[in-house]
Design a binder for this molecule. Structure first.
Ligand code: SAM
Length: 212
């Protein structure tokens, strides 16, 4: 998702307490930042924040960080969270390529990837968030028995993601090719913005949960 330049977005983000400004200084100190012992779950490539808002509301016992690389998009999430403040949700303006500079090994309990950009050209495969290159980065921040949950309606991206799991040293714990009709996996499902759009067009949603 890339919105046209939104006037004032950068300034609003810079001025907002909901966006963490120097996240690399908090590496290894996230429990101190929250001042509590709750688990930390993150969404990488959050978009406008619908999923993170829903999760943070449904699970006050968990801390959430939504990560987005474009300020024009993050600005929309900030506006939503300002309207409905949630103590357990904060945002980062960050390219996930740098994620290991922000979190220490084991500091993240769960990672969500939702409707990640497909980057269809082969030469761009390493930019895909479920690629082995990103799985290697996630390996460096996720706790030992932590999981990654990935969902998408993009058949080719999901097939690619499935093929990346084993070579990257991960295992599939659960998988479905039709999330909304999978009684077990759909339990507690919070729809993302893209999920609402594409499932309303009749597209099935694919999902896996993986761990090392
Ligand atoms: N997760 C949301 C949803 O399901 O509605 C948004 C999906 S949108 C297709 C993907 C988002 O991931 C875009 O907003 C894009 O800017 C962001 N993104 C892609 N690569 C990223 C990266 N390397 N670091 C941070 N955000 C990224």
């Amino acid at each position: 998702m890339r919105l046209k330049n939104v006037p004032g977005a950068r300034e609003a983000i810079a001025a907002s307490d909901l966006v963490i400004k120097e996240p690399k200084e908090l590496k290894g100190k996230w429990k101190e930042f929250w001042n509590n012992d709750k688990e930390l779950h993150i969404e990488v490539g959050m978009g406008k924040g619908k999923f993170m808002m829903g999760m943070a509301k449904a699970h006050p016992e968990i801390n959430y960080i939504g990560i987005e690389m474009y300020s024009s998009v993050l600005y929309r999430a900030v506006q939503k969270l300002e309207m409905e403040p949630l103590e357990n949700l904060r945002f980062l303006l960050l390219d996930a390529k740098e994620i290991t500079e922000v979190f220490e090994k084991g500091e993240v309990d769960r990672i969500y990837l939702n409707f990640s950009d497909p980057w269809p050209k082969d030469r761009h495969a390493k930019r895909r968030l479920p690629s082995r290159q990103f799985l290697a980065r996630f390996d460096q921040i996720l706790k030992e028995d932590g999981v990654i949950e990935f969902k998408t309606d993009n058949k080719d991206l999901f097939a690619f993601a499935e093929e990346e799991v084993e070579p990257a040293g991960w295992k599939i714990l659960e998988i479905t090719y039709d999330l909304h009709n999978d009684e077990k996996m759909v339990e507690g499902n919070i729809m993302t913005e893209y999920e609402e759009k594409f499932s309303s067009m009749g597209n099935p949603i694919y999902k896996y949960i993986i761990r090392r």
